[in-house]
Design a protein around this ligand. Structure first.
Ligand SMILES: C[S@@+](CC[C@H](N)C(=O)[O-])C[C@H]1O[C@@H](n2cnc3c(N)ncnc32)[C@H](O)[C@@H]1O
Length: 133
């Protein structure tokens, strides 16, 4: 499947290569997400056969992200976040946690993988008061 990703507003076509396992989609699978394909699930299951705790690591990692962002937005008053190495958005994602506490929070997601950008464009929407890019 071809999809558009872009840099500085210039769209370019990205082949999602659904037939080849992709690390961010495998991570999405560990988290119970729906943005993964058969090749990702098969590779993820092979990895789980060797490292059975991978799913737990991924979920604990997300739980830490949720706790940390909730604390920063609610207790520390932080209103601007940069999430480097975003991965495929999984709900709730950073902007949802932060904007639940502070609707005016502004979030910049950064990832160097154009496939992640395609998924992010389809999935990321923030509050009208805040900003999510
Ligand atoms: C396992 S995901 C992490 C997702 C999320 N941050 C979390 O903690 O649940 C790692 C992401 O980092 C991205 N990544 C790896 N190296 C990077 C780099 N040098 N700059 C930006 N993103 C990077 C990958 O493309 C992938 O989407």
């Amino acid at each position: 499947m071809q999809a558009d990703a872009g840099t500085s507003g210039r769209a370019r076509s990205v082949d999602l290569r659904e037939d080849i396992p992709h690390s961010a989609r495998m991570y999405d699978y560990y988290l119970g997400g729906k943005d993964n394909y058969a090749a990702d699930r098969e590779a993820a299951e092979q990895a789980l056969a060797v490292f059975p705790h991978l799913r737990t690591y991924a979920r604990q990692n997300r739980a830490f992200l949720h706790r940390a962002v909730r604390y920063l937005a609610a207790e520390a008053g932080v209103r601007q976040f940069v999430d480097v190495g975003t991965g495929i958005p999984t709900s709730p994602n950073l902007h949802e946690i932060a904007q639940r506490v502070a609707p005016d929070a502004r979030i910049v997601y950064v990832d160097n993988d154009p496939i992640v950008l395609v998924h992010a464009r389809a999935l990321l929407t923030g509050t009208p008061q805040g900003r999510t890019v």
